[in-house]
Design a protein around this ligand. Structure first.
Ligand SMILES: Cc1cc2nc3c(=O)[nH]c(=O)nc-3n(C[C@H](O)[C@H](O)[C@H](O)COP(=O)(O)OP(=O)(O)OC[C@H]3O[C@@H](n4cnc5c(N)ncnc54)[C@H](O)[C@@H]3O)c2cc1C
Length: 452
């Protein structure tokens, strides 16, 4: 039996482990953290993610599609909160069956690890941190964090699913000249801080649970996603620098309180644990990592954030990481003869899509931050919803192409979506009432002019 090693049992690594074990490989999984299968409450606070079609397709591939219903909360659109506390709901799609799901990161990771545990050909090594890799020999070294012991293992192929700070990628970089390794990392000037809205006393939701809530305020914004226990995970996205920047807020709780009262008063009213959350939870940075190649010949390959870390503004980092596993699986089922051919096909097919979603995610940061509160943008969104509702077979917004059309790659979705956006924004500038538009004529025009 061929043996593979997976470094990192986060979302991507645990899904990959299930997939490779089901194909009969001997799988060794090494993870720096402790064993979350044993944890009753995973990770303390509830941190959630938006799961959508591409991620769901990958879960279905390993018979885990049921998790969406069991653990997910449907979010059918964006609830925009203006500074006066008014709310306006904008559906994600004009098609009722298209929505995204808020799901617990820890709960999903634990469920995948439990599924992996059902295979006798998987062994787990928790509290083991990857230190280095010898790609020529297929050797890899870990430190057992609990005992400080150095552990060596060996496999036919080593999969690096160890996230944005990947140790496997760093080991590849030592061979930069040999494989002509390109690497770039770019940070946004903004960072994020996670806070919370707790459930009501009887376990209910304090705000609408069927939406992803956004408080857009020009250069900064707050978002909130629901959790099954009635709480919301709230995330502030703000510049590190400036009068109300994260650096200033972090050192001054009075300033943080008055900043929230000024800009997010309706949300702040639902945050009784604000002081504790704000002081305890760190402010973290946001960045994009691109690299290439993703493989070290036929010995090792990167997947998930290790290969392509992106900013979270399209809610696609996990979905893209899950889709990596889905694409790798399809390639393996095409009957390539050896690992060199499989891994080469994987990186060639996947890299353009990974670059596209990285760029789309940065674009969406500016769209959510600067435009989701603006009139022309909202007019265009409403017109797109009419188009999707009344012409469901003929129109998909950029958001729908990226989020719901799993049969179209991210790159194709990006090119078509951008061209449609440019067309419709221009169109909306010249229209006062979108309800009086003849949609048939409009969709003909779009099809004629947007040919991507
Ligand atoms: C604020 C925020 C919000 C997000 N929201 C969304 C969203 O709504 N939807 C979405 O699709 N995506 C979202 N993402 C992105 C998503 O979290 C990532 O894309 C996803 O976690 C990538 O999975 P991964 O398994 O590749 O990496 P990770 O989840 O980072 O897992 C890597 C694993 O490797 C382990 N590891 C690291 N180094 C080592 C080592 N040296 N040795 C052994 N093990 C190691 C880590 O402990 C971890 O378990 C968000 C990200 C952020 C920061």
């Amino acid at each position: 039996m061929e043996k593979v090693i997976i470094v990192g049992a986060g979302l991507c690594g645990s899904l990959l482990a299930v997939n490779l074990a089901s194909k009969g490989y001997e799988v060794h999984v090494y993870e720096r953290r402790g064993d979350i299968r044993k944890a009753e409450f995973v990770g303390g606070r509830s941190i959630n993610l938006a799961l959508s079609a591409r991620g769901i397709q990958a879960l279905e591939m390993v018979d885990m599609g049921h998790l969406v219903k069991e653990q997910g909360i449907p979010m059918r659109g964006r609830m925009i909160h203006d500074i006066e506390g008014h709310e306006a709901f904008f559906p994600y799609s004009g098609r009722a069956e298209e929505y995204i799901n808020s799901i617990s990161r820890g709960g999903l990771n634990k469920a995948l690890l439990l599924k992996a545990s059902t295979f006798s050909n998987i062994r787990f090594f928790f509290d083991h941190q990857c230190e280095d890799v010898d790609f020529d020999q297929g050797h890899i070294w870990f430190i057992n964090i609990l005992t400080n012991e150095r552990v060596q293992d060996k496999a036919d192929v080593i999969f690096g699913t160890d996230g944005a700070g990947s140790a496997v990628r760093q080991a590849m970089m030592k061979h930069s000249n040999r494989i002509r390794f390109d690497f770039s990392q770019s940070f946004l000037t903004h960072g994020y801080k996670e806070l919370s809205i707790p459930p009501t006393e009887d376990g209910g939701f304090r705000i609408d649970k069927g939406a992803l809530h956004i408080w857009p305020r020009g250069s900064h914004m707050l978002i909130a996603l629901p959790n099954l226990d009635g709480s919301f995970t709230v995330t502030l996205f703000q510049d590190f620098k400036g009068e109300n920047g994260l650096d200033a807020l972090d050192g001054d709780l009075d300033l943080a309180r008055s900043y929230f009262k000024q800009y997010f008063a309706d949300a702040y009213a639902h945050m009784p644990d604000f002081d504790q959350d704000f002081m305890t939870n760190p402010s973290s940075s946001l960045g994009t990592i691109k690299c290439y190649p993703w493989r070290m010949e036929d010995k090792s390959v990167l997947l998930g954030d290790a290969a392509h870390a992106i900013v979270p503004f399209y809610g696609q980092g996990m979905n893209a990481s899950f889709e990596d596993v889905h694409v790798l699986n399809s390639i393996m089922e095409e009957g390539h003869g050896d690992w060199a051919s499989i891994l080469s096909a994987f990186e060639t097919r996947r890299k353009p899509d990974a670059d596209a979603i990285a760029d789309l995610a940065v674009d969406n940061f500016y769209e959510m931050r600067d435009h989701s509160g603006d009139e022309l943008f909202q007019k265009k969104v409403l017109l797109e919803k009419r188009l999707e509702k009344e012409m469901p077979d003929r129109y998909n917004s950029k958001y729908a192409l990226v989020t719901f059309r799993k049969g179209i790659g991210y790159r194709q979705a990006m090119l078509r979506g951008r061209a449609q956006d440019a067309f419709l924004l221009d169109y909306c500038r010249h229209v006062s009432d979108i309800n009086s538009i003849d949609l048939q004529t409009l969709v003909d025009q779009i099809e004629e002019q947007v040919t991507i």
